[in-house]
Design a protein around this ligand. Structure first.
Ligand SMILES: Cc1ncc(COP(=O)(O)O)c(C=O)c1O
Length: 396
């Protein structure tokens, strides 16, 4: 049978990153202790008021259809929260509810990109971006954000990559995997490019409430940018509600109309009782869960402190987000081999970050969404493993 070529285009290169995850799971199945720091999930429970709201909503029989773009109460709650965080007037008709931020990314791509259009993305980038852009017929043009620039974008290189088919810039601040929180100066530079070359900016802000150094800036607040920015967010990271699949996009009303039209022929809306819970979560915790933010900051500091003394490793304290980037290049191993040895010998599963982009070659991405006890134990095992590698190297 034949399949549309689109499916081939979105498949992306085969990722080996999940090999570590599988090894750790096999270890667990054999009853051996393993610590999984690969997937961007969290040990935090979803907020109790949101869980109670689902029960209540179901008990009230709230199981019927809502408008495809989202019911008015949820769109109003999102607009309220956005206005609270950005200081910008935001109306419900600028908001479209989506199935997590991922569905918002795809919806944005489908609304903006014609086949053959190019989208600039600073790399390292979240792994779904190239497939998402390709699903809309677009071509991802990645632009490096080098490690020696703290994985921050280089505005002159972004500008040099702009061509006649460039249609948009996609970015995530704070970034996954690097944790870079883009500065006002960098975002102003990107905003200037968008205006000079008439580009859209798709701003993925799912980690916007998880900032430890610096300040999160929503690019839609920069002069002239609200008309050409799509702000994407969700409850997945900030509210520990990843499995609920509650996300949204905010942009000019005409964009929201286009996105609503897509929702009409794709998701046809999201469950009414989950929308009710989203309103409760957003109104109770407009800036995310404070205990989750405090825990990630504490874990980041504890983990990196322990690894800072290790000769072969260099730990990069993330400015935001939920991942530590660990530079393993001095070990002489590829990130894959380092990570494979670590999981086989010490049962700690991490993600080689090379797949996120060339600038991340030789780095591991390590998830902070595991309990403090596991953070401490993982640091201990990593130190032991790296010291063993160091002794082997010295002996050979
Ligand atoms: C940068 C980034 N954007 C989007 C997503 C997808 O988020 P959601 O669970 O809301 O679809 C993730 C998930 O890890 C992410 O890291």
């Amino acid at each position: 049978m034949r399949y549309a070529s689109r499916v081939q285009q979105i498949a992306g290169k085969a990722s080996t990153a999940w090999d570590m995850h599988m090894v750790a799971n096999q270890k667990r199945a054999r009853g051996e202790p393993a610590i999984l720091m690969t997937v961007g999930d969290t040990d935090f429970a979803s907020p109790t008021p949101a869980i109670a709201a689902v029960h209540e909503s179901l008990a009230r029989g709230r199981t019927y259809y809502t408008p495809s773009a989202g019911g008015l109460p949820m769109r109003e709650a999102i607009a309220r929260r956005h206005a609270h965080q950005t200081g910008q007037r935001t109306d419900a008709d600028q908001v479209v509810v989506t199935v997590g931020a991922q569905n918002a990314l795809l919806t944005a791509a489908l609304c903006l990109i014609e086949p053959g259009d190019q989208v600039l993305v600073p790399e390292p980038m979240y792994l779904t971006y190239p497939g998402t852009i390709a699903a809309a017929g677009g071509v991802t043009v990645s632009v490096r954000s080098p490690a020696n620039n703290r994985f921050h974008p280089l505005i002159n290189e972004l500008e040099a990559a702009i061509g006649p088919r460039t249609r948009a810039i996609f970015l995530a601040t704070p970034n996954n995997p690097t944790g870079a929180v883009y500065t006002m100066e960098e975002l102003s530079g990107i905003a200037a490019l968008c205006q000079k070359y008439d580009l859209w900016l798709v701003s993925d802000e799912v980690y916007g409430d998880l900032v430890y150094d610096g300040r999160h800036v929503s690019p839609c607040t920069l002069p002239g940018m609200s008309a050409r920015t799509i702000t994407i967010n969700s409850l997945s990271k900030s509210h520990a509600m990843a499995g609920w699949r509650l996300g949204w996009m905010i942009g000019p009303p005409e964009l929201a109309q286009c996105a609503g039209q897509l929702a009409y022929c794709s998701t046809y809306g999201i469950p009414t009782f989950l929308q009710d819970a989203a309103v409760v979560a957003l109104d109770h915790f407009p800036d995310g869960l404070p205990e989750l933010q405090a825990a990630y900051r504490r874990r980041r500091d504890r983990f990196c402190e322990r690894l800072e003394a290790v000769h072969l490793l260099s730990c990069r304290r993330p400015e935001g987000g939920m991942f530590v980037m660990l530079d393993t290049r001095a070990s002489g191993l590829s990130a894959y081999d380092f990570a494979m040895g670590l999981v086989v010998e010490e049962g700690v599963a991490t993600l080689p970050a090379d797949d996120f982009g060339e600038s991340a070659t030789g780095y591991l991405r390590i998830n902070l969404g595991v309990p403090d006890t596991e953070i401490d134990e993982a640091a201990l095992r990593l130190v032991r493993y790296a010291e063993r590698l160091g002794r082997h190297r010295a002996a050979s």
